[in-house]
Design a protein around this ligand. Sequence first.
Ligand SMILES: C[S@@+](CC[C@H](N)C(=O)[O-])C[C@H]1O[C@@H](n2cnc3c(N)ncnc32)[C@H](O)[C@@H]1O
Length: 195
Amino acid sequence: MILLLYFLYVLVAIVFVLDCYLILKFIEFVYCAHVLKQPPMAASVKDLRKTVVKEINKYYKNAKNICDFGSGFGGLARYISKNTGANVYGLENMPFSVFISKLSDYFCKTTNKTIWCNGFDYMDKTKTKFDVIVAYLGPDLTPHLLKYKNKMRVLISLDFKIKGLKPTRITKVGSGATIYWGKLYPHRLYVYEFK
Ligand SMILES: C[S@@+](CC[C@H](N)C(=O)[O-])C[C@H]1O[C@@H](n2cnc3c(N)ncnc32)[C@H](O)[C@@H]1O
């Protein structure tokens, strides 16, 4: 009987935590998409992450500082951190995503840093020059990163081409796509190199 009660308590606790997780994620999603009008947390797929790391290790293997602008739960930043020798900074402005990201960083024992900030404010203030900035941000927000050309050598935009700017390279990634506000964006890396 006691064992059964114990089991029930554990089950209720698990359901409670799961509910909280889903409710907070939903609130953050709606707030991002409809109030801030910024792309909400949507994790990049494994194929995209693998291709990002391949690209970095092939063309920018001496990269010391890499930034994931809009790092969400930090999956991409951790993957880059594990598979390159660089310092990886994940910039994220949504508190629940930052919480999950920091928790996962702790348990995965990776060396990337998750920073709770508005990425644009951070870029305005930072003295760090990034070798590579990676962004999976949507077609409207990505072009705003061009303001920081002097603080990066390379911008890798996942799936979203910057209108009016010719990429140095376009790398195809499998056959999938990102659906953003009902429009299909085939998986590609758009690589922009700056002086
Ligand atoms: C599509 S998710 C990408 C997550 C992660 N980079 C990945 O590839 O799995 C975009 C993230 O960017 C964040 N974001 C959007 N605008 C931001 C800003 N100005 N500063 C910081 N984070 C931002 C959103 O909160 C969201 O978590």
